[in-house]
Design a protein around this ligand. Structure first.
Ligand code: HEM
Length: 135
């Protein structure tokens, strides 16, 4: 029943972004912007000197999170994402920088506006849940 009534636009975010290639392009743009844009300097400073490992981990995680292959889980088991972010002080400013950086990356990568809106709402929920300090 449920399947029969599903709208065709219920395709996974992973497929709609262009599978591994499209997702990797988006993640790379996200970290390029974090490196380049003064507006994201606050969250850049929380990351390691080299972003290479961060690029891989976010790509592996988002692959599964968006409905594609569960590459992160295959390597590391359950993501425990909130626990893994506890070493970094994340408040509203950090959350909003992360979301703005991702929104800019999606726009620059030409992600369809309706898809970008849908993903932004999902990113908001996850990023907001990661907050571990006030302000
Ligand atoms: C809310 C603002 C956020 C900040 C400031 C932040 C910051 C960080 C930092 C500093 C790291 C460590 C980087 C490294 O180990 O290379 C990290 C790791 C990670 N972040 Fe975030 N993050 C945020 C939100 C998110 C969101 C919304 C997602 C997913 C949708 C995400 C997914 C990940 C993943 C998968 C890792 C790797 C975890 C690991 O295996 O250690 N982060 N993040």
């Amino acid at each position: 029943m449920a399947e029969a009534t599903q709208a065709p636009d219920e395709a996974s975010g992973y497929a709609l972004l262009g599978a591994a290639e499209g997702l990797r392009t988006l993640v790379d743009r996200f970290y390029d912007l974090m490196e380049l844009e003064p507006a994201y300097a606050g969250i850049r400073a929380l990351h390691p000197g080299s972003l290479e490992g961060s690029r891989d981990k976010l790509f592996w995680f988002l692959s599964g999170w968006l409905g594609g292959p569960d590459l992160y889980q295959q390597r590391f088991g359950h993501p425990r994402l909130r626990a893994r972010h506890l070493p970094y002080a994340i408040g509203i400013a950090e959350r909003d920088q992360w979301l703005a950086c991702m929104a800019q990356a999606m726009a620059e990568c030409g992600v369809d506006a309706a898809l970008a809106e849908r993903l932004a709402a999902a990113f908001f929920n996850t990023a907001d849940w990661m907050r571990n300090r006030g302000g």
